[in-house]
Design a protein around this ligand. Sequence first.
Ligand SMILES: Nc1nc2c(ncn2[C@@H]2O[C@H](COP(=O)(O)OP(=O)(O)OP(=O)(O)O)[C@@H](O)[C@H]2O)c(=O)[nH]1
Ligand SMILES: [Mg+2]
Length: 618
Amino acid sequence: MDLKHIRNFSIIAHIDHGKSTLADRMLEITHTVPERLMRDQVLDSMELERERGITIKMQPVRMEYGLGKEKYVLNLIDTPGHVDFSYEVSRALKAVEGSILLVDSTQGVQAQTLTTLAMARGGGNDKGRKIIPVLSKIDSPLARVSEVKEEVIKLLNCDPEEILLVSGRTGEGVDNLLQEIIKRVPAPAENYKYKEENKNDNILSALIFDFKYSNHRGVIVFVRVLDGKVKKGDNLIFAVSNEKFTALEVGTFSPEETARESLSSGEIGYIVTGIKKPGIASVGDTITKAVFPLPALSGYMQPMPVVWASIFPEDADDFALLKLSLGKLKLSDSSFSFEEESSGSLGRGFRVGFLGMLHLEIITERLKREFNLNLVITTPSIVYEVERNNPSTSSGQAGKREKIYSPYFFPDDGEIKTVFEPWVNIKIITPVQYLGNIMQILFDHEGEVGETENFGDNRSSISVKMPLRELMRNFFDELKSTSSGYGSISYDIAENREANVTRLDVLVADEPVPAFSKVISKKRVEIEAEQSVLKLESLLPRQMFTLKIQGKALGRIISSRTLSGMKKDVTAHMYGGDITRKMKLREKQKKGKKKMKERGRVNIPQDVFLKMMRSSND
Ligand SMILES: Nc1nc2c(ncn2[C@@H]2O[C@H](COP(=O)(O)OP(=O)(O)OP(=O)(O)O)[C@@H](O)[C@H]2O)c(=O)[nH]1
Ligand SMILES: [Mg+2]
């Protein structure tokens, strides 16, 4: 394929700004997907994507487009907009020369617009990509095209004429957009260093930007070929992991895998490796030829997990299956990390790091659905680093920081010398009129407000630093409600700082329930203890006996409630009859209750755990 006729681009935007719908129209215009197979957001092919109406994984697709007498290959990569999946965006970007920055004309520039733009421009050694600003949803009666245009001009410092208008719903402007992509996005460049060798077909340098796993064909790597050529039967090698394999098939995405003769410089496609062992291929690795190995390209940073939870098989016999499943899942989502762990009561399992709560939900749901596993998932938590007063009581030495992944294992206050916790850099975008109220919630969440910038007519962006703990304390929902839904947020993990926090336990019938323990700011001990107890009181079904619910922190009971028992009389249905029999039954009932009480066997339904985990206000 002639490089001059290839264009590689991604669509990037805030969540729901219409990326996948725009891709639909492009696929129609280029006749890439037959009409009978067309459906809304056709690139969102995963069951969970369709159910939730969001994109979770990036999806590459190859389109052909004729312009005048010339025929072009347009490789599009649709990306997710949700902040939890921005690792997908960053990987997709390394495979392309340009990006459509899509801005919903009914919403305007949002926080994730800025983040994805910054990613596309690239920092450090990363060469910048051509950005094409496009306003979407111009068909909508709520579209504010001229205002949003102003915002984009301010953001990019561009000419008004550079901004294109489209509707993914009606298709207006999409054909023109394809032509502009050909004009504006540079064709892939050749690396002249290897030009000589290129002639004898011995050269290959291909960046792995994604992969998936097939039970029959093993690992299928998604690559952007930077130099040379690859075809079926070639002997290849991973430059980093140094593992050899033979290409069983090569091809492109239409959007499903379609075999081709070869893939060459500038193209985006896949290579079937046949490798069934997890852990060999990783995103960011380079595929090159065994006969003439080229150096590894600069790969990807492994993303920092934001929340952690432990996952155990409900049935201990499923441990091996869970291990295998995590390995396989990692081959279609390289952004989570896991390590083995064992817990006294739950047995062997894994501690898993996720990029956010939605990511956690998606991964655990996929494990259940795609691998048929019944799982016990512990309360998600961020990770704290603790230095103990007296390290001899623990495994660590003096000055050593110990990572605490679960609030239940957070040491008692007296044992702690110093605690460190992760902070985040936050960007908030909001209409100016909500600034006052937002400042209030920022204060309440220990936010350190940095720069505030105005752009467009009446919008501001605020840079804030905040403990991750406070971001997770319902900050998203509070921001949404204080800004009537107009405020948007993006964040990334920053440095660790010293923290003034402690563990709050919730006791039911005098027993702490591990899943309800939390690490909270010492300043909020009273409020949090009261809230947790009240919430549990409202959620817990009444038991046969009277039950105490208590909040305990810093070595004392801070709040307490009593849930009165049900007065269920087991003799009520017996009319008349023998009084001694009634007495016997009552006696039995009393004993049973006492036993239950002693064992602290309170029945806490699963949904109570889930509701307790969610924010305190719902
Ligand atoms: N009126 C109108 N609605 C649109 C248009 N494009 C998309 N939508 C609607 O906007 C919503 C989001 O569309 P998607 O295409 O899924 O947005 P997305 O950017 O791919 O979303 P994520 O991938 O989850 O970030 C859907 O309800 C679409 O029907 C458009 O041009 N006009
Ligand atoms: Mg989408």
